[in-house]
Design a protein around this ligand. Structure first.
Ligand SMILES: [Zn+2]
Length: 314
């Protein structure tokens, strides 16, 4: 059955051009030194590593569906790596969420002819600008061309000839506008930053994310996947269902420990001083700062969910 995108709830954003964005200085590593690594996942599906979030490429008979586009300066290198895989055009670029290490390439891929697809909230974050929960800096609105022209609410399907991508929006997870993408034919799942393999995630509580939503998203991945599913994480190496299970367990452990400390009446500083995640840090924190950041985002998200519960009871 050939179902159109419109029928599936994708709408085309129109209207006047959005406010011109200030150019954002590129953040990240020395891009000139980065080489893109292509990993074959079978059935003409690939994971690309470079700088920023991992990229997934699914090749059909008349075009390519791509998931995430890394930082803007990576565009030429990603484009060259994809051209080695297939001469077909990139028809769709799906954004898993609004963060710049996943969406920086939007405008340049649009200039190449791609249509950017994202969840409605994600498009709105890009359009309006946000505040970073890690740096507390304002992130300005992106250029109008970089905002998804096709958006959806809960679920959508994208098709090129011979390939289908199933898009799902997990509620309030890494951000409030996440998308995960499943390519059933290849048994490949692209999670964006709702799953980061072998490392602590950021939880963007300033822009709709929550630890409970992260746990729920990973529960959905366990239900969706088999032991053979290849799972492209937002960051980190290609993962398996077992990696998702470990990641979810780590999140649950962190949430439950944090909730107990807050319930016991400990102050934020007392909690940090007690180093409640010291054993987890050994496995999940690449450095001390990453451990501190994770403690802070878990504290903020757990505190917020407890406050919400309380006010719901009153
Ligand atoms: Zn992110």
């Amino acid at each position: 059955m050939n179902r159109s995108l419109m029928a599936l709830g994708l709408v085309v954003l129109g209207g006047p051009a959005f406010a011109q964005a200030q150019p954002t200085p590129p953040v990240g590593p020395d891009f000139s030194k980065i080489e893109v690594k292509t990993i074959e996942l079978g059935k003409d599906t690939y994971m690309l590593e470079g700088a920023g979030g991992n990229v997934t490429v699914a090749v059909g008979k008349d075009g390519i569906i791509m998931v995430d586009g890394q930082f803007a300066p990576m565009h030429d290198k990603l484009k060259a790596a994809i051209a080695k895989i297939s001469p077909l055009p990139i028809k769709y670029l799906v954004n898993t969420h609004h963060h710049g290490d996943h969406t920086g390439g939007n405008a340049a891929f649009v200039a190449d002819g791609a249509t950017v697809v994202g969840q409605t909230n994600e498009a709105n974050f890009l359009k309006a600008g946000t505040t970073s929960n890690t740096t507390m800096q304002k992130v300005p609105p992106v250029d109008a061309a970089a905002v998804p022209k096709m958006t959806y609410e809960k679920r959508a399907r994208l098709e090129v000839k011979g390939r289908t991508a199933q898009l799902t929006h997990p509620l309030s997870s890494h951000t409030g506008g996440d998308t995960y993408v499943y390519f059933k034919d290849a048994n490949v799942l692209s999670t964006g930053d709702t799953f980061t393999n072998g490392r602590y995630p950021n939880i963007d509580y300033l822009n709709g994310g929550s630890i409970n939503g992260m746990i729920e998203a990973n529960t959905a991945y366990l239900a969706l996947s088999t032991e053979k599913t290849k799972i492209v994480p937002g960051h980190g190496p290609l993962g398996t269902r077992a990696d998702v299970r470990n990641f979810r367990l780590m999140l649950e452990t962190a949430r439950d420990r944090m909730a107990k400390l807050i319930k016991d009446g400990k102050s934020e500083q007392e909690i940090y001083d007690a180093k409640p995640f010291a054993d987890l840090d050994a496995k999940w924190a690449p450095n001390e700062q990453a451990g501190k950041n994770f403690m802070r985002v878990v504290y903020t998200s757990v505190k917020e969910s407890m406050t919400k519960k309380k006010s719901a009871k009153n």
